[in-house]
Design a protein around this ligand. Structure first.
Ligand code: F6R
Length: 368
C-alpha cells in the first residue's frame, strides 16, 4: 500500500506529479479552453459574483491563500481567505453575489461544514474543492470541483495541497474565461504552463537526497523560520506548519516584508531561516526578497534558500540553495513547497518520529 516507500507521507510526496496531472485531466478541450460542466452551477450566477470568500482550515487554507493571488489577478474579483472557524463566529458580509469556495481534503472537517451552512443560510453559493467523493462537504455544497489526489493517508497533507492549488488555478482561469476581461487571453498560455507542472514537480522530487541530507544535519534545531513574499508567503506558512506537526519543532512563517516590523528581533547567530524566492523574471519582487535574505544573513542567520534554476543573485547570501525549475510566478508554490515537505519529513524521520501519525493529530477533524 505504501508503494515500496517506508511511510505513507513519503509515498504521497512522490504521488504529487500524478495528483496534479490527474486534477488537470479531462478539464480542457485541447484548444486552450477550460470545460468545467461538472460544476453544474448556473453560469449566470458565476458571472454575477462580485466577491469570493475562501474558507478552509490548516493546509487547505494555505491553498486558498495561494488561490487569492491567482484569482484576483485573472478575474479581477476581490477574494478574501478566512479560516472556517473564524468566518463562522463573526458576522461576515455575505449575500447572493458572494461565491464561497470551501477547500477540504477530507470533506468532513466540522469547522468547514459549519461555515458552509452559515454561508448558505445567508444566500451565498458554495463551491467546494474537495478530494473525497460523496463527503459531507461535497453533498452540502452547491457545486463541487474535485481534486483528484487519490486517498491521502498520512495525517500531514501533501499531495492534497498541491491538488487543491491546481484546482483553484483551474477555477480562476475558468472564471476569467467565463467573465472575460483583459486577462482572458492569458488563459490558454497558463493552461499550457500548468500542463508542464507535473514534470517540474518530479524534477524537484528527484533532487530530494540533497534536501534530506541538510534536514538530517539539522535534527537538533529548536526553531526554524520561513520567509516568503507574494505566493511565497503561504508557502512559508505551510513549510512552518509541516515542520511543527511532523518534527515538533517551533517553526514560524512570515511575510518577508513584515520582518522589520518585528520578527527580525528573533534572528541571532545560527538561526535557520528558509527563504522562498520568487522568479528573477519578476525583478521588483525578486529584488525585495533577495534583500530580505541579506538582512537576516547580516544578523547571523543561516539561510536556506529556495530559488529558481539560474537565479545566481541568491548564491552570495545563501548558506544552502535548493533549486526549483523555472515556473510562472503564480504557479511557483507547486514547486517551492516540495523541498519544504521533504525537509520536514526527513528531519522528523531523523528524530525517529512517526511521520504518518504525529502526536495529538487526527486525519480529519470532525469536531468543532
Ligand atoms: C496539515 C493538515 C491540516 C488539514 C486541515 C483541513 O498537514 O493536514 O491542517 O489541512 O485539518 O483538513 P481538510 O482539508 O480535510 O478539511
Amino acid at each position: 500500500v505504501k508503494g515500496g516507500f517506508p511511510t505513507f507521507m513519503e509515498k504521497e510526496i512522490h504521488d504529487q506529479p500524478k495528483a496534479v496531472a490527474d486534477t488537470l485531466l479531462g478539464r480542457t478541450d485541447g484548444h486552450g479552453n477550460l470545460v468545467l460542466d461538472e460544476l453544474r452551477i448556473d453560469e449566470a450566477i458565476l458571472r454575477s459574483v462580485d466577491k469570493i470568500i475562501v474558507i478552509a482550515c490548516g493546509t487547505a487554507a494555505y491553498a486558498g491563500h495561494v488561490a487569492k493571488y491567482a484569482i484576483e489577478h485573472w478575474c479581477r474579483i476581490p477574494v478574501e481567505v478566512e479560516l472556517a472557524h473564524e468566518f463562522r463566529y463573526r458576522d461576515p458580509v455575505v449575500n447572493e453575489k458572494t461565491l464561497v469556495v470551501a477547500i477540504s481534503q477530507s470533506g468532513e472537517t466540522m469547522d468547514t461544514i459549519m461555515a458552509i451552512r452559515h454561508a448558505r443560510e445567508q444566500g451565498a453559493k458554495v463551491l467546494a474543492v474537495v478530494n473525497t467523493h460523496g463527503s459531507t462537504i461535497a453533498r452540502e455544497s452547491d457545486a463541487v470541483l474535485y481534486t483528484h489526489a487519490g486517498p491521502e493517508v498520512a495525517v500531514a497533507s501533501t499531495k492534497a495541497f498541491l491538488a487543491q492549488i491546481t484546482a483553484c488555478y483551474l477555477l480562476g482561469l475558468y472564471l476569467s474565461q467565463l467573465r472575460g476581461n483583459k486577462y482572458v487571453d492569458e488563459v490558454a498560455g497558463y493552461l499550457e504552463e500548468l500542463g508542464k507542472l507535473p514534470a517540474k514537480i518530479q524534477q524537484v522530487i528527484d533532487g530530494e537526497e540533497n534536501v534530506k541530507e541538510v534536514a538530517r544535519s539539522m535534527k537538533d534545531a529548536t526553531s526554524v523560520l520561513f520567509l516568503g513574499r507574494h505566493v511565497g508567503y503561504p508557502v512559508a506558512l505551510e513549510g512552518a506548519l509541516k515542520l511543527k506537526e511532523l518534527a515538533y519543532i517551533h517553526a514560524e512563517g512570515f511575510a518577508a516584508g513584515e520582518l522589520k516590523h518585528g520578527p527580525i528581533a528573533l534572528i541571532d547567530e545560527g538561526q535557520p531561516v528558509f527563504v522562498i524566492v520568487p522568479t528573477p523574471r519578476r525583478p521588483t519582487l525578486h529584488a525585495k526578497v533577495v534583500s530580505n535574505i541579506q538582512e537576516v544573513r547580516a544578523r547571523g542567520a543561516r539561510t536556506l534558500v529556495i530559488a529558481e534554476e539560474g537565479d545566481e543573485a541568491v548564491t552570495e547570501f545563501a548558506d544552502v540553495v535548493f533549486r526549483v525549475p523555472q515556473t510562472p510566478t503564480l504557479m511557483m508554490p507547486l514547486v517551492t513547497v516540495v523541498p519544504l515537505q521533504i525537509f520536514a519529513l526527513a528531519l522528523a524521520s531523523a528524530k525517529g518520529l512517526d511521520v504518518d501519525q504525529p502526536r495529538n493529530l487526527a486525519k480529519s477533524v470532525t469536531v468543532e
